[in-house]
Write a protein that binds this ligand. Structure first.
Ligand code: SF4
Ligand code: FES
Length: 249
């Protein structure tokens, strides 16, 4: 019969190499990688390895995180070449002895792994991410704007966006057009346009119908492949185009 100590041995930590991109735009001219040995259990996340380095080896590593549970959207980075959430990626699932972490693509770097989110939030704000209505009061005895399950189904998947920016980081159009509104904002434009309680469809469609707007999307689909919340921005963009071309109303 297996003893508790045997179980513990089977799960004992391994050592992996963590390569962290280091870059401080105020001090260095180029990105460099620093390597650290880190202890890893089966369940250790990439974020935990970075925090281990900060605690025991180099406290100066720049990284942004908060919730540690794939909710706040703070810890997006490139992990072994792919945009992922560091708190939602276990080292064991990478199947590699070396874990390389870099800042997200298509975002200006603050320091090391931390990037600026201003543009993401600006474009998100630009598409009016709220129910847009003129009325200021509910009708007489109504307590809320009711929706049927079918009406909710139209947009609920898109309401799961945590604004992590991984989709924008993966987008090839974002890489070549720094003014492109981006998959995150477009998916959210769809989220509100498809909401039966919203009355701002026409103004929202007008906002994204510009030279760096929805038509710049080439439908590469890379945004949807990396989304950790199953939002599927690429589908949202196609559905949004349906409204603009008059196939949906
Ligand atoms: S659509 Fe997905 S990948 Fe893009 S910001 Fe929202 S949650 Fe992140
Ligand atoms: S720390 Fe909040 S999403 Fe990773």
């Amino acid at each position: 019969m297996a003893q508790v100590s045997d179980v513990a041995d089977n799960q004992s930590s391994q050592t992996k190499t963590l390569r962290i991109a280091r870059y401080n735009p105020e001090k260095n001219s180029e990105k460099q990688f620093m390597e650290f040995s880190v202890p890893v259990e089966k369940w250790t996340t990439v974020l935990e390895t970075i925090l281990n380095v900060k605690q025991h080896q180099d406290h100066s590593v720049g990284v942004r995180y908060s919730c540690r549970q794939a909710t706040c959207g703070s810890c997006g980075m490139i992990i072994n070449g792919k945009p992922r959430l560091a708190c939602f990626t276990k080292v064991s699932e990478l199947d590699s002895d070396v874990v390389t972490v870099e800042p997200m693509n298509n975002f200006p770097i603050i320091r090391d792994l931390a990037v600026k989110f201003e543009r993401l939030f600006d474009t998100h704000h630009k598409i009016k991410p709220y129910l847009d209505r003129d009325d200021t009061e509910l009708e007489s005895d109504a307590k809320e704007f009711l929706q049927s399950p079918e009406e909710l189904e139209q947009y609920i998947q898109f309401a799961n966006c945590i604004k992590c920016g991984l989709c924008n980081s993966a987008c090839p159009t974002m890489a070549t057009d720094s003014s492109f509104v981006g998959p995150q904002a477009l998916a959210q434009a769809y989220r509100y346009v498809a909401d039966s309680r919203d009355k701002g469809k026409d103004s929202r469609l007008k906002i994204i119908d510009e030279s760096h707007g929805i038509w710049r999307c080439h439908f590469a689909g890379s945004c949807s492949q990396v989304c950790p919340k199953g939002v599927d921005p690429a589908m949202g963009i196609q559905l949004l185009r349906g409204y603009m071309l008059g196939f949906r109303s």
